[in-house]
Every structure is written in structure tokens, then in C-alpha cells.
Design a protein around this ligand. Structure first.
Ligand SMILES: Cc1cc2nc3c(=O)[nH]c(=O)nc-3n(C[C@H](O)[C@H](O)[C@H](O)COP(=O)(O)OP(=O)(O)OC[C@H]3O[C@@H](n4cnc5c(N)ncnc54)[C@H](O)[C@@H]3O)c2cc1C
Length: 588
């Protein structure tokens, strides 16, 4: 089984030393969220994740969720753990106190999301979509609906789902077939089939609140005719008590490569009562409130799984002896710990430098998200919202692809013992592998970035983002200068690539389509490099106060700048070779 120690020190470093963001600090709402308070929360979070939730990962993998006589049963131990999890208030961490939440900022809830992803992604998924559904209802529903549904969801007694996918539509939601027929009282009856629905049914909560997209009878075809509906598993009476079962049944649950403890359901809606949320035919816009926040959280899943993969690889490489290191001249046949080998050290540093850079980027993005939601000045809010929209596909796709790379590297470090079941490493690889697929595949994220985000507002958002980084690089700290010089070189490459790809979006869409994954990686690596610059600035300035910690940061950053950032060269060369030879190729 894997072990896990929550990286509270690194999280607290970010919260204490990188919180100094002018607009974020202007948010009155979070003035009382002091580092001491955050430290207490993170220490408690570490305990529940390390002690209670981590063991559920193996249990869920070996005894997956099952469907018995129409009822979904979660793996052994899930029910007891979930009870404690909601009693301790973890589902309410970032929710509005108006509905019983604790009102913590996303900077804090993102840390918790990371820990929970490390401990057990399958267990996490039972509450993750509930928070997404909470956000969507909170943004788009009427006050009556909010009062009726949100308190129980915040408490964790009811959970939520996101029902988009159907047999005929995954990426292309305009093809959906689920129908909604309006009733004389203004409610709707929904009929159709949704597939791949995470936590679509289970035995952890008293009710499940499905957010379903469907087409009402008089709506146009395509995405312009999609509306959003709230469809509860049990009808909720006016006084909030539970009424009869709604017309929803579980057809089957999927047998999957990973996240086996998570029930992925086929749901059949048979004239199920539903309530429209937000304006008619604008359902996809409303759903995007949930999907956008969810995409960042899926990126954090990749980060969390990477962290636990790294931690276990590090421990193993200090225990496993094989071969002689280049320093070992003894002739007695003794072997060294594999951590002595340069290649293993490279692999470990690759993981560590990506993970810590991603965590710092995620912290910045969480701050921007809070500013975009809560700042008093409209212009400031908008600017932050623009950065969040630019970075959402980047964080989703980069962090989860890196999760695939890092869990694969971890398996490599464990050798044959990584491939077999005992150590739990192959499970991390399998569990992570869904993250580049769901919530919009990573290619779809890259397409969104290039074909929408880059050209939004006449391409102004990416230009402002690059300018902001340039400004941050105007720093006279001598020790920082080699890092700044490197990042500037790659920033110029990003600028050329941006000009090239914007032109292709206009004039040669296949070239742009074939280059968009590379573009996302380049922008992502720059964003992580930029985050490392901020970490380094603190590390040099505050060096004497915590030498060991900061020296570790500086050496890790050095690896990132020398070994990871140069991947940008390959991405640029390969992408800008165009797509003619790809499109002309005859597949037999
Ligand atoms: C375990 C699991 C849990 C899930 N949970 C949920 C859930 O809770 N709710 C929900 O609604 N759905 C859920 N899904 C569905 C998931 O979001 C979809 O599988 C995903 O969005 C991809 O859709 P698809 O599988 O139909 O693939 P397709 O859309 O058929 O895509 C196939 C391939 O084509 C590529 N592609 C598609 N369009 C383009 C294009 N224009 N240009 C280039 N390439 C393109 C894709 O990137 C992909 O590689 C889940 C899926 C799984 C496996």
C-alpha cells in the first residue's frame, strides 16, 4: 500500500509568503483567514486524509462499487468514512455561510482538494461533483431553490451530479437527445439516458441532486437549444422533507481501468420531474459555471496523484539497493541505494520540480478566481476572470498530462514491483488516467484555448498575460537573473508561437488544430516557470530565515529551468512544422 504525508509545509509556505497579491488582499471577506487558522485546518485535513481516507484507496480498487438489485453500494469502509467526513464539515469548507458553509477561500479549499486527490480520488469524487453542483445552483437558481437544496448539499447529507454525456454525445453536446416536456405548473418531465455519470447513484447520501442538460420540446437543435434542469433522486417536499422517488433508475455501472471505488453510472430518466435552472436555452452557459470550476479541480486531481506518486518513489529509491553508484569503488559486490544513480535522481527531480511549480501556479489561480468572484471593482474582477478563463484549460490539461507522466515514472522507479499490485503504484497510474479524459478531453481543452481563449477580446487576454509576466521579470535581484534570463528567452518563443497560431486559426485551421496541444504545453510551462520565479524571489530574499527549505526550492527550480522548461523548444519546432503532411497521409 502507498503511504502519504500531506505537504502542509509547502502549502503553508505558499499561503504565508505568496499571498501578497494586491487585489486578493483587498478582499474584506478573507481578512480573518489568518495563517494560523489555515495551518490548523491543513493539519486537521492532513490527519483525516492520511489516516481515514488513504486506506480507502486500496479497498475501493479491490472491492469496487457494485449495483445490486437496482441499488448502488459503495466499497467497504466508504459509508463510515463519509459519515465522519461530513460530521467534520469537509463538504462545507468553501461554501457560503448563508447555507451553512465555512466560507474559506479557494486558496485553502484547493489545498484540501489536492490532499483528498492524493489520498483517494474515488472517495473524493462522491463529494466533488456536489461542490460543483452547489456552485452552479448558487449562481443560477432562484432563492427558493437555493434555500430548499443548498443547506443539505453543503452539509453533505445530499450529494450532486453533473449529467451531460449520452451515448451519442460526449464532446459534442449539441447532439444530445434527452427531452424535457413542460408541465402546466411550470415544472418539466425529463426522458432520456445519461451515461458515465460520476456518483450517479450510491448509498452515502439521503438524496442525490442531478443537474441535467436536456432539450425542451420547442427548443432549436444544437447547443442553442439546451437548458439546464435540477432533477432530484427523491422529490423534495415544500417543508424540505423527502417525498417519493423520482423517475430515475440506474441501468448499470461501468467496469473501469481505475477509480473503481467511484460509481460511474448509466442513468435512465423516465418522465422524471425537473426544475429549470437559469434561462431557457442557455443551459450550457449555466453548466459552464460548474464545468469551469470543475476543470481546475480535475487539474488539482492530477497534481494530488503526482504528489503521492513522487513521495512513494522517493521512499522506495532510498530503500532499494541495485547496482553500484559511480562513486562506489568497493570490490565486495555491494550495491547502492538506487537514489545514488543519476538517472533516478533526474526522474525524482523531474517529478518534484513539476509538482511544486504546479502547486504555486494553482495557488495564484485560486487567488485570481477569488478576485474574479468577489472584488468590488468591476474592471479588476474582469481582468482576473480573463486570466482564470485563459488558465483553466491549461491547468486542467497540463496537470493531468503531467500526472500521467509522473505516475508512469513512479512505476519505472519501482521497476517490476511498480507493475505488480502490491505497492499500489500501478493503481495511481490507472486512477490518474481518467483525468486527461473526463471534464472535456485534454485535446478539447487545447482546442478551447487556441480557438476561443486566444482570440477572445481580439487576443487581448493572452497579450495582457504575457505583459504581466514581463513586468514581473523586471527584477534586479542578481541571484534571480539567470532564471529571469531563461524565462525571457522562452517567453519570446511563446510570443512568436502565439502570433503563428493566431494566424493559423484565421487562415489554416488544420495547422492550428494539429498544433494546439503543443501550444497549451508551451503556455503551461511558461506559467509554471513564472510561478517558480515568484517562489525563487522569496527564497533568495528570505534565505537566512529558513536556509534548508529555501535551498531545496532553489535547487529544485534549477532543475526545472534546465531540464523541463527547454521542452518548449521541441513543442515549438514540432507544432510549427504545420499539418499538410498529416492531413495528406492515407491511413489504410
Ligand atoms: C470515469 C468517467 C467519469 C465520467 N463522469 C462524467 C460525469 O460525471 N458527467 C458527464 O456528463 N460525463 C462524464 N464522463 C464523460 C466524459 O466527460 C467524456 O467521456 C469525455 O468528455 C469525452 O467524451 P467521449 O467519451 O464521448 O469522447 P468523444 O467526444 O467521442 O471524443 C473521442 C476523441 O475525439 C477527440 N475529439 C472530439 N472532438 C474533437 C475535435 N473537434 N477536434 C479534435 N479532436 C476531437 C477527443 O479529444 C477524443 O480524443 C465520464 C467519463 C468517464 C470515463
Amino acid at each position: 500500500m502507498t503511504t502519504y504525508t500531506a505537504p502542509v509545509d509547502d502549502m503553508m509556505f505558499l499561503y504565508e509568503k505568496l499571498r501578497n497579491n494586491k487585489f486578493y488582499n483587498e478582499l474584506d471577506k478573507y481578512k480573518d483567514v489568518t495563517p494560523d487558522l489555515v495551518k490548523n485546518i491543513l493539519e486537521e485535513a492532513a490527519k483525516i486524509n492520511q489516516n481515514l481516507i488513504l486506506p480507502l484507496a486500496k479497498a475501493g480498487d479491490e472491492q469496487p462499487a457494485v449495483l445490486e438489485n437496482g441499488v448502488v453500494r459503495t466499497p467497504p469502509g466508504y459509508k463510515e468514512a463519509y459519515k465522519k467526513y461530513i460530521e467534520d464539515g469537509w463538504t462545507s469548507l468553501s461554501c457560503d455561510p448563508k447555507y451553512g458553509g465555512q466560507g474559506m477561500p479557494k486558496t485553502v479549499s484547493a489545498f484540501f482538494d489536492e490532499m483528498l486527490s492524493s489520498a483517494s480520488l474515488s472517495f473524493k469524487l462522491y463529494s466533488e461533483l456536489s461542490i460543483g453542483a452547489y456552485n452552479c445552483i448558487n449562481h443560477h437558481a432562484t432563492d427558493d431553490v437555493k434555500k430548499k437544496f443548498l443547506p443539505k448539499m453543503v452539509e453533505g447529507k445530499w450529494s450532486g451530479t453533473m449529467c451531460l454525456t449520452e451515448p451519442v454525445c460526449g464532446t459534442d453536446l449539441g447532439l444530445l437527445k434527452t427531452k424535457a416536456v413542460e408541465q402546466s405548473d411550470g415544472t418539466y418531465k425529463l426522458t432520456g439516458q445519461k451515461i458515465f455519470i460520476t456518483s450517479g447513484d450510491h448509498d452515502l447520501t439521503e438524496n442525490i441532486i442531478h443537474l441535467v442538460i436536456a432539450r425542451s420540446s420547442d427548443s432549436p437543435s444544437g447547443t442553442r437549444g439546451i437548458s439546464l434542469f435540477l432533477v432530484p433522486k427523491f422529490i423534495v417536499n415544500e417543508d424540505g422533507s423527502l417525498g417519493p422517488r423520482n423517475g430515475i433508475s440506474t441501468g448499470s455501472i461501468e467496469s473501469k481501468m481505475g477509480i473503481k471505488g467511484s460509481a460511474t453510472c448509466v442513468l435512465n430518466f423516465d418522465e422524471a420531474a425537473g426544475y429549470m435552472i437559469g434561462p431557457k436555452n442557455k443551459g450550457l452557459n449555466s453548466m459552464f459555471t460548474m464545468m469551469n470550476l470543475e476543470r481546475i479541480v480535475v487539474g488539482i486531481q492530477g497534481l494530488g496523484i503526482s504528489e503521492i506518486a513522487y513521495q512513494n518513489s522517493l521512499i522506495y529509491s532510498k530503500e532499494r539497493k541495485q547496482g553500484k553508484s559511480n562513486k562506489n569503488n568497493s570490490s565486495n559486490g555491494s550495491a547502492d541505494f538506487i537514489i545514488e544513480h543519476a538517472d533516478i535522481r533526474r526522474s525524482l527531480l523531474n517529478m518534484k520540480s513539476i509538482i511544486e511549480g504546479e502547486r504555486a501556479l494553482c495557488f495564484w489561480l485560486s487567488q485570481q478566481t477569488e478576485v474574479s468572484l468577489n472584488h468590488n471593482i468591476e474592471e479588476v474582477k474582469q481582468e482576473a476572470a480573463d486570466y482564470v478563463s485563459l488558465m483553466t484549460p491549461v491547468v486542467k490539461a497540463l496537470f493531468t498530462d503531467m500526472g500521467s507522466e509522473i505516475t508512469s515514472e513512479a512505476m519505472q522507479i519501482f521497476g517490476g514491483y511498480g507493475y505488480t499490485k502490491d505497492q499500489g503504484i500501478e493503481q495511481l497510474y490507472r486512477d490518474n488516467r481518467i483525468t486527461p479524459i473526463y471534464e472535456g478531453t485534454n485535446s478539447v481543452q487545447a482546442i478551447d484555448l487556441v480557438f476561443r481563449k486566444l482570440i477572445n477580446k481580439n487576443g487581448d487576454i493572452i497579450d495582457r498575460y504575457i505583459k504581466m509576466i514581463k513586468k514581473d521579470l523586471e527584477n534586479n535581484n542578481e541571484k534571480l537573473s539567470p532564471f529571469i534570463k531563461d524565462l525571457n528567452i522562452y517567453l519570446d518563443k511563446l510570443i512568436s508561437f502565439t502570433t503563428w497560431i493566431k494566424d493559423k486559426v484565421e487562415n489554416s485551421k488544420d495547422d492550428a488544430n494539429a498544433a494546439c496541444n503543443d501550444y497549451l504545453k508551451v503556455l503551461g510551462l511558461i506559467a509554471v516557470g513564472h510561478s517558480w520565479i515568484k517562489v525563487l524571489e522569496v527564497s533568495f530574499n528570505d534565505y537566512d530565515n529558513n536556509k534548508e527549505f529555501y535551498e531545496d526550492k532553489i535547487q529544485t527550480a534549477r532543475f526545472f529551468f534546465q531540464r523541463v522548461l527547454p521542452r518548449i523548444d521541441t513543442h515549438c519546432i514540432s507544432a510549427m512544422s504545420g499539418s499538410g503532411y498529416i492531413m495528406d497521409f492515407k491511413f489504410n
